[in-house]
Design a protein around this ligand. Structure first.
Ligand code: SF4
Length: 348
């Protein structure tokens, strides 16, 4: 980003991911599949029809700063490493509890204004290289910055700069197949095990999210899953079991249980009690998940990676930081169990 004052003017740029048929423009980026007239914006408010083409507002960033990878959260991907993180305004879902609503609900929520700067892609990649950081897209929906991701990937030119996402996973299979080969890791939200509840919560269906997870895994993206546990919404034992079962159906993926804080349109719900997070962690383990994490409510114990073979703690974490102790190949020094993940090589 340029260092000048943050711009409140949208600079529309040519978009990919659309089809034009009989003078009708259809967006192919997410399952909402908006059909747009000239000048009309989609549900996300950051893509619009323009003549026979489509334009995007998201070659820009409202946020560009260094974060620890643990903040995404990604716990089995280069622990302790830095991520230069970008976010443009906009989201294709409308979750009633969104903590980043001033950014994500641009054009829809009070106070969610456009404030972003065009991204200088080459300068951004040079900065990530200088800082030995990955490049991340987070805080709003990174899928809406698909064209920026393509441009950034092109500018990396063989340098070791992983691209990572924190995403709602609400993409078309076509977009997921196109973008996944560019990504090294993603944390994807699984908000509900029931399609109807997912729609009520977020305005989007469940199956596209599951399909995105399948596609990302097929393309060898390292995937971790996050679930906000909202008392009275998705915290019945049967609901948590169903969520854990879905995560386990993809393999032994790290599962992050997020403490819900009353916000926005979900102010009437209560915060998640620590005992509920503890119970959900046990249910996750019963479902066969060895790596179920709780960031804060259970203290350091909730953040540590234990060997499922002998219960030795192999990787401790602070909130949003870690001194890496798991390195590639991540074999438990006590019992030899291999810990899945993408770990850095140990430097001598
Ligand atoms: S990304 Fe989704 S919400 Fe936005 S214009 Fe395309 S189809 Fe519509």
């Amino acid at each position: 980003m340029a260092k000048s004052a943050v711009s409140t003017l949208i600079q529309w740029q040519p978009a990919a991911f659309f089809e034009t048929r009989d003078a009708t423009i259809s967006c192919t980026l997410c399952p909402h599949a908006c059909t747009l007239a000239d000048g009309e914006t989609g549900l996300c408010k950051v893509r619009r029809g323009r003549g026979n083409c489509m334009e995007t507002a998201t070659m820009a960033a409202a946020v560009c700063h260094s974060d620890p990878v643990e903040r995404k959260p990604l716990y089995h991907f280069r622990p302790g490493s830095k991520v230069l993180t970008l976010a443009a305004p906009g989201c294709n879902l409308t979750c009633g509890y969104c903590q980043n609503r001033r950014l994500s609900q641009f054009g829809r929520a009070a106070g969610a204004r456009w404030e972003a700067e065009p991204v200088d892609v080459n300068a951004l990649v040079d900065r990530a290289a200088d800082e030995s950081a990955a490049l991340g897209f987070s805080y709003s929906e990174p899928g809406l910055s698909a064209e920026l991701l393509l441009a950034v990937a092109g500018a990396i030119r063989g340098r070791d700069i992983p691209l990572i996402w924190k995403s709602n996973g609400f993409l078309t299979p076509r977009a997921a197949h196109t973008l996944a080969p560019l990504l090294s890791a993603a944390n994807i939200d699984l908000k509900s095990a029931v399609d109807e509840d997912m729609r009520r919560l977020s305005g989007g269906g469940l199956e596209p999210v599951l399909e995105t997870i399948r596609i990302f895994l097929e393309h060898d993206v390292w995937v971790e899953i996050s679930t906000p546990l909202i008392p009275g919404f998705n915290t019945e034992t049967s609901q948590i079991r169903a969520l854990a079962g879905i995560v386990a159906s993809f393999g032994n993926l790290p599962w992050h249980l997020l403490r819900f804080v009353p916000e926005f349109r979900f102010a009437k719900y209560s915060p998640t009690p620590p005992a509920l997070l503890q119970k959900a962690r046990s249910l996750g383990r019963e479902a066969g998940l060895d790596y179920v994490y709780v960031e804060r409510a259970l203290g350091a114990e909730g953040r540590g990676t234990r060997c499922p073979g002998c219960d030795t703690i192999l990787q401790k974490r602070e909130i949003w930081s870690a001194t890496p102790t798991l390195h590639d190949p991540a074999d438990c020094p006590v019992c030899g169990e291999r810990i899945p993940g993408r770990w850095l090589k140990e430097t001598s």
